[in-house]
Ligand binder design. Structure first.
Ligand SMILES: *Cc1c(COP(=O)(O)O)cnc(C)c1O
Length: 445
């Protein structure tokens, strides 16, 4: 298939459309494994897992088959008042793999509310937490506020933006947003202070555990998520963990919370849940939260929220197949040496490039921060769009990456093999060197 003239009718997300027509961005026609192929027949490594969601590679035969088989049964049927087998089977699998759960033994997170993207998964958690307290004893009804972290990203719907903290994405919409209490990420004292001063007004604390992805892969200090959990417990405040980016193996474990033995009250998942195949999300919560919505019909305690494609059967089938692949291919076990290899390659090949400031990595989430003057820590002028220039250079060398400002993001599918990983890192190093006008200088120690 060649390219149609339909390009001019598109409006792309997070994209300045002026200049877009001239930019000749690839039009992806097909994909296999970790490779994308455009309509010109050029091949690229998918260095960002098609925006952080692909897990086992493209065109995985088992997931393909599961979706096809489900197509033979039903493509879509509603979850409003009805159910279907893939939704039920997936709910059971999710509560077993969720933090605190085990095969045959669901943990505290034992209710699964489906939606269809990460923003809505968070939106659902916010509304559930809020409504729960409104339906609790009178003294709890003042719990109407949310605490969120600076530089947080929880999605683009108005509720999710209200608990977000990235100025560039969020400041324009300020008048539309509800007010959340922001604390600096990683600062235990600041959170402790807010909770001890105003704990009785707070419905929930919402965090991205371990790594703030869209902030540019900012890492939290060890033990931070654990501390947040303990502080929430001390004040009977819900903890919402947004694992939309970190979930499904990204940080090296199935969920990031596990690494600090934390079970949140709400677990929001999306991106990787279907292996990157279909739009699906879930908000997992406890029986305590669920039971707070029980009542007589005319008490109107139902959770009044649901999307048309909530829990879509094709998407649930893809998700079930993806979880099977995790087991059959020992995805997480095989990931560990690749995480170490990536760390070593970044150190050997990317770190020496002069304009590389800091490299941050947790599992298969990596951010390479570029700096105009790395020794003085001076950043580039935004108008230079250096991150974007790196993307263009990488594309010409056969890799698709997408920066966050001047942080180059690497987030390959977990299935990438050692050779492909090495190629991706080499292309990235060369692209950074080219875009920043560097020879590869050895860095002064
Ligand atoms: C991507 C992302 C979201 C939003 O998910 P969408 O599916 O794009 O709506 C929410 N939270 C985090 C942490 C994310 O990375």
């Amino acid at each position: 298939m060649t390219r149609s003239s339909g390009k001019r009718f598109l409006w792309h997300p997070f994209t300045q459309m002026r200049g877009w027509q001239g930019e000749a961005a690839p039009c992806i026609e097909c994909a296999e494994g970790v490779h994308l192929y455009d309509t010109e027949g050029r091949r690229y490594i998918d260095g960002i897992s098609s925006l952080w969601c692909n897990v086992h590679g493209h065109g995985h035969p088992d997931i393909d088959r599961a979706v096809r088989e489900q197509l033979g049964s039903v493509a879509h049927t509603t979850m409003l008042g009805l159910s279907h087998p893939p939704a039920e089977r997936l709910a059971q699998r999710l509560v077993e793999i969720a933090p605190g759960g085990a095969p045959g033994a669901p943990g505290p997170l034992r209710r699964v509310f489906y939606s269809d993207n990460g923003s809505t998964a968070v939106e659902v958690a916010l509304k559930m937490a809020f409504q729960y307290w409104q339906q609790a004893e009178a003294i709890q009804r003042r719990r109407t506020r949310f605490v969120s972290l600076e530089n947080a990203y929880h999605g683009d719907t108005v509720g999710a933006v209200s608990v977000g903290g990235i100025d560039l994405f969020h400041s324009t919409y300020q008048p539309l947003l509800f007010d959340s209490i922001q604390v600096p990420a990683g600062d235990r004292q600041a959170l402790a202070r807010v909770l001890s001063n105003r704990g009785d007004q707070i419905a929930a604390v919402v965090i991205e555990p371990l790594v703030q992805g869209a902030a540019g892969m900012r890492m939290q200090p060890r033990g931070y998520v654990r501390t947040v959990r303990e502080l929430c417990d001390a004040h009977d405040i819900f903890l919402i963990c947004d694992e939309v980016a970190t979930g499904f193996g990204r940080t090296g474990t199935m969920f990031a919370c596990e690494q600090e033995d934390v079970v949140p009250d709400f677990l929001c998942v999306a991106k990787g849940i279907t292996g990157g195949y279909m739009p699906l999300a879930a908000t997992l919560t406890t029986e305590r939260v669920h039971d707070g919505f029980l009542g007589r019909y005319d008490e109107y305690r139902s959770f009044f929220h649901g999307h048309t494609y909530t829990g879509n059967p094709l998407a649930c089938a893809a998700a079930l197949a993806s979880l099977d692949v995790f087991e059959q291919e020992h995805t997480l076990e095989r990931l560990q040496p690749k995480i170490e290899l990536m760390e070593r390659l970044l150190h050997e090949r990317v770190a020496p490039v002069y304009h590389v400031g800091e490299i941050r990595q947790r599992g298969f989430m990596c951010g390479i921060e570029l700096a105009a003057d790395p020794l003085r820590g001076e950043s580039y002028d935004a108008s230079l769009r250096v991150g974007h220039e790196v993307t263009l250079a990488a594309r010409a060398k056969g890799a698709i990456i997408r920066p966050l400002g001047d942080v180059v993001i690497l987030m390959p599918p977990l299935s990438i093999d050692e050779r492909e990983l090495e190629q991706l890192v080499d292309i990235t190093a060369a692209a950074i060197a080219e875009a920043t006008g560097d020879q590869v200088f050895a860095r002064a120690a």
